[in-house]
Write a protein that binds this ligand. Sequence first.
Ligand SMILES: [Zn+2]
Length: 326
Amino acid sequence: MRFSEEDIRPRIVQEKFLNLAREDIARFFHNPVMITIKCYACNQDLNFSFIKHGFQYSDCKECGSIFVNPRPTIKYFNDYYKNSESSRFWASSLFKITKENRTKLIWIPRVIKLKNILNNFNLNFENIIDIGAGYGLFLDIAATEFNSNLIAIEPAPHLARIILNSGHKVIEKFIEEININELPSTGKLFVSFEMFEHLHDPSYFLEKIYSLMNEGDCFFFTTLSSFGIDIQLLWENSESLSPPHHLNFFNPKSIEKLILKNGFKIKKIETPGVLDIDILSNNISKIKDPYWRIFISSLNKKSADDFQEIIVNSKMSSHMMVLIEK
Ligand SMILES: [Zn+2]
């Protein structure tokens, strides 16, 4: 379904959120202890890309992934997500205002898409486990579309309570703290949505999920792709490159490398985004290349839709979707 950025990120609320996040950076990331990482996919040293709001982004010349590097150690992020004004604002305003639209425009189509993909692979899981379930919107819709046993993994107590009140099972822990015995032993599908780009150590995260799986179990996740046309054309002006939230931008090529390195089999990698051109149209003056400024501003409704389709078919949207199996 086509929709616009405004439907899920109203400009005025989004700007307030980004301003608060900038103020929080000064408070929560003042002279932090830093670690230098290598590319999680290629194990190569990373090259300086740019500095944004005090965070350095670096990219891998071999695979084109982008990472916050060096990055503050994990304790600063945990404190930020738990106690910052911008996190509170996201939960109390941005999320509430857009909940209805997000359900209709994102979660319902997403659950139906997942159902179709599983049908195409002839996959059926007794259990679906949502890692970082947030407000439980996925589980609410999944309850109407799947016969599976639904479980949320959500460490934040106030979110866990909301999910519980919606009638779902919740394990109130970080995935890192969970033991395989706490999960059902029969067929499991793990899912996680827009979380991978936030992870402090995405490789360790995959390793952990692998350890909680039996052979034939799957993991389905969505994240941002560094090959996304909006990200490439806007570069440091892209709001997706927003510290301290988004730390990792793999792409269809590099995520494949990372997945195989961690022992998984790949079922599907695609970029079914709908917003790339809309994001570019809303930010024409920030596009770095003059030719692309002209190109994007010359698109009409029909050619914009056609071009978005080409982007998706070429796996060059910034919204990436991955299904892998143990
Ligand atoms: Zn790389």
